[in-house]
Design a protein around this ligand. Structure first.
Ligand SMILES: [Zn+2]
Length: 63
C-alpha cells in the first residue's frame, strides 16, 4: 500500500501532489498560507486565483 498523501490546502487525501514550493508564481502563496504540496484541484484553483489577481492589477494600472 502506498502512503497516502494529503493536500495542504483542502486536507483531502490525493494520489498526486504538486510541489508548489518549486513554482515561482506561487511563492507568495507558499509564504502566506504555508502550503507546500497541493492536489490537482487546489493547484488549478491557485492558478485561477493568481490569474484573477493579475487582471485586477492590470485594471488598476489602466485606471
Ligand atoms: Zn486540495
Amino acid at each position: 500500500m502506498p502512503t497516502r498523501a494529503f493536500c495542504d490546502c483542502c486536507d483531502e487525501p490525493t494520489r498526486q501532489l504538486f510541489d508548489i514550493t518549486r513554482i515561482p508564481e506561487l511563492a507568495s502563496v507558499v509564504r502566506q498560507f504555508g502550503y507546500r504540496a497541493v492536489c490537482q484541484a487546489c493547484y488549478d484553483n491557485l492558478f485561477e486565483e493568481l490569474e484573477r489577481e493579475r487582471e485586477r492589477e492590470e485594471e488598476d494600472v489602466d485606471a
